[in-house]
Structures are given as C-alpha cells and as structure tokens.
Design a protein around this ligand. Structure first.
Ligand code: BYC
Length: 330
C-alpha cells in the first residue's frame, strides 16, 4: 500500500475552493505554523510525500556511509581516523532518527528498506559518485555535508513535528561534519604541491554532484509547489543551490584553490554569484540508476540486509519470547 502511495504522491497544488472542509482546516494549521503530529488528520498525499522524502533522506544517510566508510582504514592519522569513524557512526544515527520519524506515519522501517533495496525508493544522487582518495573525504565533509546543512537547516521548521524534531538534532551534528571536512581539505590546500593538487582535483570532481544534491532546477521540480504549500519544504531547490554557491565561493577563495566553474562571477545587481548549471541529463541519468556507483551501492546494501537477517530473526524471536512471558504473567 505504501509503495503505491510513495509512487503516486501528488504533483499539482489544490486550490482552496477545491479543498474539502477537512483539507482547508489542515491547510489553515500549516499556514499558522502549527505542527502536524502523528495522530492528527492529514491528506493522503501529505503523508505519502513525507514518507517519500523522509524515507529517501533516511536511505541517503545510510547509503552515504559507504563512500566514507571506504576510507576509515586508510585515514592518514589516528586523529583523522577517529573523527571519520565518529562521523560515519553519526550518519547511521541520522538514518535511524529519520526511519523512526517516518514510522510515525504508519510505514515500517523494513518496508522502507525493502523499497530501497529493490529500487522503488531513491537515495541522494551524490552517493553514486566514488571517493577516490583522501582529499575526496575532506571534500565530502566540506561540500556534501555543506550542501546537506544548507538544505536541512530550513527543514528544522518543516510542518511535520517528528521530522522537524529529528532535523534539529541532525543539524547539530551535521555542522560538526562540515567543519571537520573543511579542516581536512584546508590542511591539504595548505600542504605540499601534490596535496594542493589533490584538493583541487577533489573540488573539481565533487562540485557539480554537490550542486545536484538540491534537486532539479525549479522548472523541472515535480514536488516543490505542493511540498512548499504544505511546508514540507521551506525553500525551492534553486534558492538553496544559490545560497550554497554564495557560501562556498568565498571558502574556495580563502583556500586559494581555483574556482571549479569558469562561469562563477559576482553579480552585483543580483547580489549573488552567477554560476553554470549542472549537466541535468547527467543528474537524471544518475537518479535512474546509471551513475558510476549505483550498482555497487545497492549491492552493498542488499548484502548487508541479507547478512543481517540472522540478527533480525534473533531479535524478533527474543522480543516474541519476552512478550509471551509478559502475557503469561498477567
Ligand atoms: N538525488 O520534485 P523534486 C546527507 C528526485 S544525505 C536523488 O525537486 P523534491 C549525508 C526526487 O526524489 C542528504 N533524487 O523532488 C548523508 C523526485 O523523484 P521522485 C539527503 C533526487 O523531493 C551521509 C525528482 O527527483 N538530504 O546529508 O521536492 C553523509 C524530482 O525532484 C534528488 C535529503 O534527502 C537527488 N539529489 O526535492 C553525508 C533532504 N533531487 O521521488 C551527508 C530532504 C531530486 O518523484 N529532501 N530527486 O521519483 C529534500 O529536501 C528533497 O527531497 C530534495 C528533492 C530537495 C532532495
């Protein structure tokens, strides 16, 4: 049932006249910034859109552990290893807060996981790109977590209570992630000629995939209008992408690295940096499953799910035994 709901989550925005009394009352709550809680009435499409977005977000946190986990055993110092280990653990925690928050909408974590594993649900496009060397790990923290925070800070004000509260906690940890990434890339940018070259190469390769994290341009965004009317999303994809560019260009300049896009120039009239759009056909190809690492990422998650079956079975058997003992005692 939820698979169908996730697939069919609506597109067009209903006008006030077309809403039922219940839908109008719901929209009034949203407009008054009153949080929606799990037991409140909500339109089916609101529920489905949240399950899609929160599920996709949770999956991204879990799949996002893979490119970084790949470098834990090869971190250059013990300190960097400890930091990376803690960060990757945090990502697992973020996934769990989000799965728990999604469960309040009536879908189980197992159902969500199965939809990820068989390709019915997505995860962030960024994790279909490889991390080729240590500089990429710095760039992931700096750019990928930087883009994630840009998107997630406004989501702390999202209309669904459990999602909003999960985001508050996630953002606290995410800002540490971004700073450790910037610190790692700064060390390389200020290091030897070879290290600086690696930092530049990581920036060049991860720049556009990071811009793509914000989703397609507003004209191609299917869900933004309704999601913004429901305050599931607070900003459009392009608004957040621009904020990210504006924040990151001065950081690139501070690091004394070259800009990864010749089209980046300050536009005094707009009060923003102009930049060249990502290659959107590459983006759509990646989210269709054809990025450099899609097959590997899903294979790794499927293997983890299969390998963990005995643990889940054991936990369930234990829970059933405890429940039976409790009932017998009552
Ligand atoms: N990747 O109508 P649109 C992290 C899909 S992880 C893949 O604009 P929406 C981290 C979209 O699903 C960060 N697919 O969609 C973890 C839709 O397809 P469907 C994850 C994408 O939902 C570990 C279609 O394109 N953050 O922080 O209104 C280590 C049309 O798009 C992407 C979140 O998930 C994409 N990038 O807006 C380090 C934040 N973009 O579903 C870091 C929460 C779009 O109709 N999510 N699509 O088949 C959001 O804010 C929104 O869902 C998005 C997309 C802005 C991502």
């Amino acid at each position: 049932m939820y698979a169908q709901m996730v697939k069919s989550a609506g597109t067009g925005v209903k006008s006030r006249e077309d809403m039922s009394d219940q839908e109008r009352e719901f929209q009034d709550k949203i407009d008054a910034d009153i949080k929606i809680e799990p037991r409140d009435w909500m339109p089916d499409d609101y529920r489905a859109t949240l399950i899609r977005q929160m599920g996709q977000h949770a999956h991204s946190e879990i799949v996002g552990q893979l490119p970084e986990g790949n470098w834990i055993t090869r971190a250059p110092t013990l300190e960097r290893k400890a930091i990376l280990l803690a960060k990757v653990q945090d990502e697992a925690g973020h996934g769990l807060y989000l799965y728990s928050a999604a469960e309040t909408l009536g879908v189980t974590r197992d159902e969500l996981t199965e939809m990820l594993l068989d390709g019915r649900m997505k995860y962030s496009s960024i994790f279909n790109y490889p991390t080729l060397n240590w500089a990429d790990i710095g760039a992931v923290g700096w750019l990928v977590d930087g883009a994630a925070i840009m998107n997630q800070v406004p989501l702390q004000r999202t209309s669904y209570g459990p999602y909003s509260r999960a985001m508050i906690r996630i953002c606290k940890e995410e800002s540490f992630h971004q700073r450790q990434g910037y610190d790692a890339i700064r060390k390389m940018a200020e290091g030897t000629v070879a290290q600086k070259k690696m930092a530049q190469d990581a920036l060049n390769r991860l720049w556009y995939p990071s811009l793509m994290m914000f989703g397609p341009s507003d004209k191609d965004s299917v869900h933004s209008a309704q999601s913004m009317a429901w305050k599931i999303k607070i900003n459009t994809n392009d608004e957040l992408r621009q904020k990210f560019v504006d924040q990151t260009v001065p950081q690139i300049e501070y690091l004394d690295l070259d800009l990864p896009d010749e089209g980046i120039t300050w536009n005094a009239q707009r009060g923003h940096y102009d930049y060249t759009d990502p290659n959107w056909s590459e983006f759509f190809d990646v989210i269709k499953g054809n990025g450099p690492c899609n097959v590997d990422r899903l294979a790794a998650r499927n293997k983890a799910w299969d390998d963990g079956a005995w643990v889940r079975d054991g936990l369930m058997a234990n829970a059933r035994k405890k429940a039976a003992a409790k009932m017998a005692a009552e």
